[in-house]
Design a protein around this ligand. Sequence first.
Ligand SMILES: Nc1nc2c(ncn2[C@@H]2O[C@H](COP(=O)(O)OP(=O)(O)O)[C@@H](O)[C@H]2O)c(=O)[nH]1
Ligand SMILES: [Mg+2]
Length: 636
Amino acid sequence: MSNPLKSVIVGTAGHIDHGKSTLIEALTGTHPDRLEEEKRRGITIDLGFAFLEEGGVRFGFVDVPGHERFVKNMLAGTSGIDLVLLVIAADEAIKPQTREHFDICRLLGVGRGVIALTKTDLVDRDTVELVRLEIEEFVKGSFLEGAPILPVSARTGAGLGELKLTLQRVAHEFEDKQASRYFRLPIDRSFAVKGFGTVVTGTLISGQVAAGDELELLPERKLLRVRGVQTGGKAVERAEAGQRTAVNLAGIAHTAVRRGMVLAAPGRFAKTRRIDARLELLKSAQPIKHRTRVHFHAGTAETIAEVLLHGRAELKPGENALVQLRLAEDVVAVRGDRFIVRQFSPVITIGGGVVLDPLARRPSRKDSGRARFLETVEAGTPDEILRAMVERNILGLGMEEIVSRTGWKVEGARATAEKLAKAGAIRVVNSEPFLLISEPLLEDVLKKILVRVEAFHKQNPLLPGITKEELRAAAGRRVRTETFRAALDELVRQGKLLAHGELVKKPGTEITLTPEEAQAKQQIEQAFERAGLSVPSVKEVLAQLAIESRRAEKILQILLREKRLVRVSPELIFHCEALRQLGPLLLGYKKAKGERIGVPAFKELTGITRKYAIPLLEYLDRQRLTRRMGDERVIL
Ligand SMILES: Nc1nc2c(ncn2[C@@H]2O[C@H](COP(=O)(O)OP(=O)(O)O)[C@@H](O)[C@H]2O)c(=O)[nH]1
Ligand SMILES: [Mg+2]
């Protein structure tokens, strides 16, 4: 399917009454003001939208309010635009919201624009030229330096044709948006359409969406199904990044969706309240101190943030710094997202910046690697960024976390990880679920495991090995199970350890008994064998031995593990041969006297005391040689 049309979102910017909405109407035939109040008062309050298809370009226009009271609405509309149409009236030239909107566009990273010098019918030629010079001076050194400045009049139609051609030319100059990334649509409107239900709109900033898709509404994390999609006022099969998009949603009331929420590919984005970022303070702003509260705007969302500075008391006008933003409410952000901050009161735009780590950790003085890490995330290649992320997450980094921090796709992240692993920089310790750890961490865990196994053998020369569970604890509580398992596998692969079922040991640590110990082992076994069913207490047997009790206890353990002895209850141990006699004994009894046997009869049959008879019968129950029925047993 070929789609020769290029989709471009144009946002207006400029002071109130400079002719933004009128110009959009003149260009598209649609007056963007939609609210009753806007029409009555003749001012734009909220965002307006209009479309135009011309010259191989599908333009989506977002018209913003110029009034200073509605800058927050302007902000919601400006995030996600490709191109700004800065509107400046020839009779008024540059005014406060011309400056503020221009700053906002620059801070939001809007890369290009066209400047419309409107209302030229109200002034003479010389004034037009004067204002043009003033504008050139104003945009000098910014992204708009050298941008086309077009004198127009919506009243007479002068210059409109040339403005359209210029917009088309600029639209063709830049690359398409990130259609290859995961779907994300910051919502700017939600309403109900009769016969359709809930419809939400926004500028599609990445990925694509089609009818039938399952999406996630964030930050709620509610799964929803797409009934239908529209772009430019027409139903389409799918909408792609760079298009104004309306999504008809099943399963939710329009009142449950608000501006600031995000529709996204399920499981790919995370909500956050703690963002590490680079913040730039405008030259016109007051200095801000550590923990200053500001209004925070990202995408279409708006909340309050506390700015945490690091290693400095204040941020001065015109400066930028790495900061942490602690948000009052959940927002959705990934690396590279732009944001704006506005002074708490009076509310004016004071700065903005770029999200570096949207899942930032609580700042701490001990965290000396933080600045370097963030600088790598800011300017590094994907290899460098992933490596830095893995090294910083000493407990291991999962795929979900990589994706929701960076906005990368899983396939790309996996390829980068494999490349780094091949170069020996990081380790893929598990592939499903995907888990990466740094090479130094793995080395550390390997060492801890080896040290622990060695210490175990030293302390327990008579035991065949340490249990995996005990060893797992030695690796450190915070080390993930996958990491421990990978480390253990690695040591086994290298031949440094042997694993047998639940036991781990070093090769060459077969238990060798001293002659004295071997003799004691024999003595113990014989003592139990001789006793038959009237066994002595364990203490009694051990007391007779010539070796110290701790060693004797170990030898007892060996006999139990070898199954020469069997522990029937905590205090009661039998020789295996003695227990083996019980089967035929019970069978004989069953033949002669029937299948039921009581405790007294059992005592008589085996010649043991009541103290031993009860645990022994319980053992037989467990072994399914007998089954308890009231006070008696049935011989099975
Ligand atoms: N004479 C003249 N008036 C204009 C022109 N463009 C807009 N206006 C008028 O200026 C006023 C404000 O325009 P509007 O589009 O609402 O400005 P906005 O606040 O920037 O959206 C309206 O009364 C328009 O009719 C123009 O090119 N020439
Ligand atoms: Mg307007």
